[in-house]
Design a binder for this molecule. Sequence first.
Ligand SMILES: NC(=O)c1ccc[n+]([C@@H]2O[C@H](COP(=O)([O-])OP(=O)(O)OC[C@H]3O[C@@H](n4cnc5c(N)ncnc54)[C@H](OP(=O)(O)O)[C@@H]3O)[C@@H](O)[C@H]2O)c1
Length: 368
Amino acid sequence: MPLPSDFAQKYGPWALVTGGSAGIGLQFSHQLAAAGLNIAIAALGEEELIKAAGEIREKYGVETKYLLVDLTSEDGWRNVVESYDDIEVGLLVNNAGIETHGSLFRDPVEKHVNIIDLNCKALVALTHAFGRRMVDRKRGGIIFTSSLLSTPAPFFATYSASKSFVTSFGRAVREEFIRYNVQVTVSEPGIVESDMSKNIAKNMDFSKSGFSIQKPDDCTLSFQMFRGGGSKKSAAPEGVKTEFVFADGAKDDVQLSGDWNDWKAIQMFHEGAGTWSVVTPVPPGPHEFKFIVDGEWKHSERHPTIGIDETSLNNVRYVLPEPDLGSSEDTRSKSGHRPQRRDSRASSASVDSSASRRKKGTGFFSKK
Ligand SMILES: NC(=O)c1ccc[n+]([C@@H]2O[C@H](COP(=O)([O-])OP(=O)(O)OC[C@H]3O[C@@H](n4cnc5c(N)ncnc54)[C@H](OP(=O)(O)O)[C@@H]3O)[C@@H](O)[C@H]2O)c1
């Protein structure tokens, strides 16, 4: 499905895609170029960079730039920040990543440290630099390529820990940036055809994993976020815009249900690659919630839980009050910018009343 025609106008003229010359990143580069964005790619292999930039320029008639850079080093990410200082990066795709698998001791320690340098450190540095410019402009978007292995995965210990970082960082930043009209999405693909997965397949039989192998364009479905999917008005009470995510497996439908609105179901939106999300106002304080997944009440393994048995087990979350941006040390807020509120993407609907009743009053937090 093509992106909307005003996509480039909405975010800005350039997309910077790390690792945008191969695999999933190359797919991002093509899709963004098809939407009219100029493409800047930062990656390691010169041949692939030249090829990708040339093909994209020719096929879509957009401008391209590329930078041969090793993002595991500080020199590398600083080079990207400085080199692309003169273009308006409207979309940053934090995609470059490396992995190691097998016993922790199969590879030398440098390989593990490199994973953290690339998958985590460079990503923070680029988000800090380009995200700040987007926040100042009050437009832009950031896509993080995390992974389904963002929960502890034995034999992928360093890689899965790095992807936990990506998911956690990306989702936190998303909530911070929403108020500045900067959209952030975190994609958590499963197994995707690429050099990375081919390398893993040498030592691991994917057919036994229970996962089907995705094509790179399957993971770029996270663009649904940017397509404005689910921009319905919320009937939920006022509160702090809070994001909830479900990525534990669902066939057709996921709804959120929590104690802050008497367990009324809130429709979640499929971002692609098995991730469902919604941003909805929640009053500050401790809250219990659960998901209705294809009609069944479920808690998520990815959120903390409270309860004593399967029926009473709920997810829990402490929603912090909105920070006082006016008195923050952040220079932008002193310059008079008021945080912008976006329309909530949440919609409320009635759930099966017996299920709703079942959830009511099971709270372990005492509510006012
Ligand atoms: N494939 C999967 O099954 C899968 C599943 C979940 C998540 N992911 C994530 O998706 C992202 C893309 O992976 P992929 O499968 O498309 O892998 P890929 O085909 O191996 O592509 C990785 C990209 O990262 C770049 N890169 C690697 N090391 C770099 C460095 N030191 N400095 C700068 N760029 C560097 C590569 O550049 P060169 O080609 O120039 O070396 C390449 O463009 C990664 O973050 C990965 O963790 C992949």
